[in-house]
Ligand binder design. Structure first.
Ligand code: SF4
Length: 185
């Protein structure tokens, strides 16, 4: 898979799997020696059943701390040339994916792939993640009413911090599990 090769060229480990069950196996294998596992608030990880499986195997799930053995998250978008793009409201997910954990593992469904570079990635995120989340969370933003991004400057906006990973950050140990299914949004 070309995008896996491109991620490797940018310093990430990368593996492509066909199903969410295979993705869960990867996550559990990664967590085997971790006592504490950070949780990046991801619908993708919920959909593959990661939280329940980790709790059933006795792992401590950390929702807010930055120091942990393993941090699990998804991406809001991944460009075909291997760049990960995430947008946060608080920046805590992005912060934990850059510094703190011993190991970072992304689980990314095929619906997050964009053909068209960073602008296309940000456009995807605003349309399919930020605006629907503003609707779901009842935010006081234009998109919560229109379901379209108008690049607002609302104090209530949830897209405040944007991270573009041109390469794996120095000092972290990171892997991407690419899943050939639609997962999260
Ligand atoms: S910038 Fe404003 S309008 Fe656009 S998605 Fe974010 S919160 Fe919604």
């Amino acid at each position: 898979m070309k995008v896996a090769e491109n991620l490797r060229a940018r310093g990430f480990e990368a593996i492509a799997v066909s199903t969410k069950e295979d993705a869960l196996k990867e996550v559990l294998m990664e967590a085997e020696n971790a006592e504490s596992v950070g949780w990046g608030g991801s619908e993708t990880l919920k959909e593959i059943g990661a939280r329940e499986a980790l709790q059933n195997s006795g792992k401590t799930i950390c929702d807010h701390e930055l120091v942990m053995d393993l941090f699990l998250l998804s991406a809001n978008a991944l460009t075909l040339d291997g760049r990960i793009v995430n947008i946060d409201g608080r920046g805590n997910r992005i912060a934990a994916s850059i510094a703190g954990p011993k190991r970072v593992v992304y689980v990314i469904g095929r619906n997050k792939l964009v053909d068209g570079g960073i602008d296309a990635a940000i456009d995807r995120i605003k349309r399919f993640a930020s605006a629907p989340n503003c609707v779901r969370l009842g935010k006081n933003t234009p998109c919560a009413k229109t379901q379209r991004c108008s690049s607002c400057d609302s104090p209530d906006r949830i897209c405040k911090v944007t991270a573009i990973f041109d390469r794996k950050p120095t000092g972290i140990n990171a892997k991407v599990v690419l899943v050939n299914e639609d997962l999260g949004y």
